[in-house]
Design a protein around this ligand. Structure first.
Ligand SMILES: [Fe+2]
Length: 135
C-alpha cells in the first residue's frame, strides 16, 4: 500500500497545481517503496534530480499565478519555496561531493513539506485564485 493517498485536504482545486502536487506525492511514495525493499540508496540521486526539476517548474507555476492575480501573500510564499530549493541544492551538492544523503532525511523533509506547505501555505492562495476564476 502506498504511504500517502491523494485526498481532498491536499487539493487546491486548481487543476494544474493539483496535478503537480500529485507528482510530489508519487515521488514520496516511490521513495517509501524503495526504502521498504532496501533500494532507496540507489534511487536517492535520481530523486534529488527529479526534485530539482519539479521545484523549478512547479514553483514557477504557482508564483506566476500569484503574480498575475496580485495575491498579497506572494513574498512570504516565495521565501518558503526558496528554502525548499536551497535544501534540495544542498542535498545535490552533498551527492556531487560524494557524501551520502540519507533517504530517511529526504523522506522526513518531504513529508514535512507536504504537511506545512501544501496543507498550509498553498491553501492560502487557493480560495483567492479561485475567486479570480482560476480553475
Ligand atoms: Fe507553494
Amino acid at each position: 500500500m502506498a504511504l500517502l493517498e491523494w485526498n481532498e485536504k491536499l487539493a487546491t482545486g486548481i487543476t494544474e497545481i493539483d496535478a503537480q502536487h500529485k507528482r510530489l506525492v508519487a515521488m514520496v511514495n516511490s521513495l517509501h517503496e524503495a526504502m521498504k525493499i532496501g533500494k532507496s540508496r540507489d534511487m536517492v540521486a535520481g530523486l534529488i534530480g527529479e526534485l530539482k526539476d519539479y521545484a523549478r517548474s512547479h514553483f514557477d507555476t504557482e508564483e506566476k499565478l500569484m503574480e498575475r492575480y496580485k495575491f498579497p501573500g506572494l513574498d512570504p510564499h516565495r521565501v518558503e519555496h526558496n528554502r525548499f530549493i536551497e535544501k534540495i541544492l544542498d542535498y545535490d551538492l552533498n551527492l556531487q561531493e560524494g557524501a551520502s544523503v540519507p533517504p530517511m532525511d529526504v523522506m522526513l523533509f518531504l513529508k514535512n513539506w507536504l504537511g506545512s506547505h501544501i496543507l498550509g501555505t498553498d491553501q492560502l492562495y487557493a480560495p483567492f485564485l479561485k475567486e479570480k476564476g482560476v480553475r
